[in-house]
Design a protein around this ligand. Sequence first.
Ligand code: OAD
Length: 228
Amino acid sequence: MRLAVLTGAGISAESGVPTFRGSSGLWKTFKPEELATPEAFKNNPKLVWEWYDWRRAIINKAKPNKGHLLIAKLEDLFEDFLLITQNVDGLHQKAGSKKVVELHGNIWRVLCTACGRRYYNYRVPLEEIPPRCKHCKGLLRPDVVWFGESLPQEEWETAIKFVKSCSTLLVVGTSGVVYPAAHLPLLAKQEGAKLVEINPEDTPISKIADVRIKKKASEGVEEFIKFL
Ligand code: OAD
């Protein structure tokens, strides 16, 4: 079996990291157009960085949960395996996952808007806001994908290629409304893969899923492993 796993914010919910949508999601309190677009950053880099600094502090305190750990274990069970995540929190890697593709970047990485260098910065809180590049003193931005931006090409191509040829795609904790990531379940299905969804709520993916596990990620992944 060639197993692909696609995760979203729901996998980190049990670690105390807020999701984006839903009753207690970030987009209930914050406006994405003011915080997660290139225009927002251009207009007010300080405000955007303050929000990212706050999120980094939450993620910094979070530990991988049982769901993350079980997904890391799945990687040991299948030689042919790829984890594709929309999350920027790095918790999958902390749980031991190695074959990971980050579609939306990583909140711990910074990108210099002047010299284009990328590097990791784990400072919590940041020393200065907005932070400056350690090489050229240019303005840094979080190395994440904002609305209106393209996904990193290599990561996207790797994800597409693997999903097209997988035998099962396990989708965990995503609302399935943000494209192009939300295209992956459709693609897997079109190419003949089995689609398994773990989510306590209904999503657009639910309609096309072959198997639905309507549970929290930790319990759902445990159930998935039992059925293998
Ligand atoms: P969302 O916040 O849109 O969706 C989270 C999903 O997780 C929902 O479908 C919930 O029902 C589900 N969920 C909540 N708790 C769960 C739990 N304990 N176990 C399993 N599932 C649970 O998050 P994403 O789908 O990841 O993009 O959002 C996609 C993208 O939209 C994000 O990467 C981000 C956001 O705007 C960018 O910032 C570009």
